[in-house]
Design a protein around this ligand. Sequence first.
Ligand SMILES: Cc1ncc(COP(=O)(O)O)c(C=O)c1O
Length: 448
Amino acid sequence: MHKMKPDIEALSSSILAYAMERLRMDPPTIDHALSQTTLEELAGQTITEEGRSGEEALKLFVDSLGPACISQDHPRYLSFVPSAPSEVSTLFDLVVGASNICASSWLEGAGAIYAENQALRWISDIAGLPAEAGGVFVSGGTAGNLSALVAARHDWREAYPEFSSQRGLIISSRGAHASVAQAAQVMDADLIQSGGHQLTGDDVAATIAELGPADRARLFAVACTAGTTNLGIIDDMQVIGEICAQEKLWFHVDGAYGGAALAAPSTRPLFDGIERADSFIVDPHKWLFAPFDCCALIYADPAKARKAHRQHGDYLEVFYDGTWNPSDYAHHLSRRARGLPFWFSLAVHGTKAYADAVETTLDCAREAAAMIEAHPNLELVTEQRLSICVFRRIGWAPEDYKQWSDALLERGDGLVTPTKHEGETVLRFCIVNPRTNRDDIQLILDTL
Ligand SMILES: Cc1ncc(COP(=O)(O)O)c(C=O)c1O
């Protein structure tokens, strides 16, 4: 270990050749999960006392382990929220690994942090956040929501020290992502899921009005969603932002999936009001063409987050000399410069290409909705929103959906898993890959 020997030089070529081959696949094979037993048969005990050659270990991945993972960037992977990194962002991920940067503090990672901050600035600008806004790239939306809400609670308790040992209270919509409820649970806070799938100003006002004085006093944040995962709904951020300002509540916006549509002129107006957010997240690993794991977490006033998240210790104080330390803005310390693949892609392609690529996916979703409406066996269940279409196959029971979905994947044709809407099993497309086109949608619809 720790020596660049000739066999490692040779292995480098094999690894780079594999990475290039994977990048060139258009489309990649979609692949599918294998059982633990099958993987044991195929790969066996991979770690031994003596080790094995790098070529052998690579072969295990290429032949057995990699094909047991679904290719998120397959153009007919339309389930959950897929990921379609640009080629250059994936390539730069290799550079980030090789550079071994600790991007926690300016002292250690100044160059990387400078670049990450420019990428965060672009996001802040399209959201209309103030000039002093800033934050950090964390692993994903779940981590982003938690860190933002921890900052919110800290801010509340700082203003009201008498609540330092009181459970806080948060309001979100029913459509909010599970990670908001999870954050409340981790924080030992309570969550009221108000209104319907969309949270409106009236819902928030009514919920606040119904609270008794003790509960009102422990309400500290409203968590809006800018693009719900299941339906693509955007909460009424204009009115809710105003209410939060009046009521002195932290206004958090979870745009983990939908926030990318800020970049597209056709959808930007849907986000009006987001500029008032105290904190905002968007995952470039979802719809902004960056590899996993990448969530941009941005605060309107980063000093508030710093107070909540900065870690102290004799050996850490050297960081705190007035420079920008990403470790100050989330629940973490050591961190990979995970925003760099996204930054590199923005730097190479320019922001206009980003706007165009998001528009391409939006156009595809609109076309998919029209094709669903024209299909004799299908009907849209809700209005098509952002890049999501939710629809039913007339006459199908839940088992029919499951069988159809399994067969689609087994044939290697795509991944479209059932979801639920108001208790009914239905289908859902989430399109974030600019390579997904009309023919892909047609191929899937023809089997319905
Ligand atoms: C709106 C929303 N918030 C949060 C998350 C959680 O993000 P992650 O899976 O990156 O933790 C998701 C994931 O789909 C999401 O759609």
